[in-house]
Design a protein around this ligand. Structure first.
Ligand code: R5P
Length: 305
């Protein structure tokens, strides 16, 4: 079955990296806003009988959600056999439980919403903490790509005498894998979050850090408060600091604040397009998508249009 990759505008560059190894041409999908804020989505390449992969990184998912649904519905109406989503960054995964009475469990609701529009999902390192695997919240086939080896390789190639630092307990899974790949020691900071934007940390073994470059690794930098607190703490101990993240979410001002806190360099994968991108994951996404598509449709191909 012929394949077609339909990137949302922000993923035009990443689409070029995915298209080749996926053996899928890049089609045209346009998205613009009417003056009142409503979305107009247009699928401008023929999709009849194609296996369509929509490529959209879900940073700012509220603004994307409706456009995504319009895109998948339109591709189906125009004859696509299946429509899947390559979401290098999958938003909303951190709110995976009701932290206070009455709160939405966004990860589960968002998953339900996405699977109404898509037949399958490929993503990179979703933030899974209390939810063990995407299969717990999605009933469509999902494949996740692990970026830790690429981060480890980047650190080994660019940072002399690195000490990999996980800024909190949740980052231990990434820190351990990245450090192993980089052949570096690692530690996890003790973290106390005092509010949306207030975080305190401390390194458990100061002596072992001496003479090394601290490489803070995390799956997501969002407000930057976690990385900023870690950077400030490590700078106070006199260590040079490099920050390496998988998902460069960077809420307004976070990138500049992290540089101002003393990070010598900030590096991210291109899962979310950002000036800090230095590690390409297009080939990994393509490989995972190809494997999923080659495995054939685990659910009946939809013929309803
Ligand atoms: C938390 O568990 C995550 O791994 C990140 O450390 C966190 O989401 C980063 O958020 P922020 O940049 O807002 O501190």
């Amino acid at each position: 079955m012929k394949r077609l990759l339909l990137p949302f505008p922000a993923q035009a560059e990443l689409a070029r990296q995915v298209a080749g190894p996926l053996h899928a041409p890049v089609g045209e999908l346009t998205w613009r806003r009417f003056p009142d804020g409503e979305s107009l989505v247009s699928v401008d390449t023929a999709v009849a009988d194609a296996e369509v992969a929509i490529l959209a990184s879900l940073r700012d998912p509220d603004s994307l959600a409706v456009a995504l649904r319009l895109a998948s519905d339109t591709a189906r109406e125009l004859g696509a056999r299946r429509v899947g989503l390559i979401a290098p960054y999958l938003g909303y995964m951190r709110q995976d439980q009701r932290f206070a009475p009455g709160q939405a469990v966004s990860a589960r609701s968002f998953a339900r919403m996405l699977e109404q529009g898509f037949d399958w999902l490929v993503t990179a390192d979703p933030h899974l903490h209390r939810i063990g695997a995407l299969a717990e919240i999605f009933s469509i086939p999902t494949v996740t790509v692990a970026c830790a080896p690429l981060l480890g390789d980047w650190i080994a190639a660019h940072v002399p005498a690195p000490l990999v630092i996980g800024p909190d307990a949740e980052s231990a899974q990434w820190a351990a894998a990245i450090a192993a790949r980089a052949g570096a020691p690692w530690q996890v900071l003790r973290k106390v979050r005092r509010g949306d934007r207030e975080v305190e940390v401390s390194i458990p073994d100061v002596a072992a850090a001496q003479g090394r470059t601290a490489v803070i690794v995390d799956d997501i930098i969002s407000t930057g408060r976690t990385a900023i607190a870690a950077t400030a703490h490590l700078r106070r101990l006199g260590l040079p600091v490099v920050c390496v993240a998988i998902h460069a979410v960077f809420a307004a001002g976070a990138y500049e604040d992290l540089l101002a806190a003393g990070a010598q360099r900030i590096v991210s994968t291109d899962a979310i397009a950002h000036p800090s991108n230095a590690i390409g994951i297009g080939a990994l996404l393509a490989q995972a998508t190809a494997e999923l598509l080659d495995a054939g449709p685990p659910t009946p191909i939809r013929t309803d249009t």
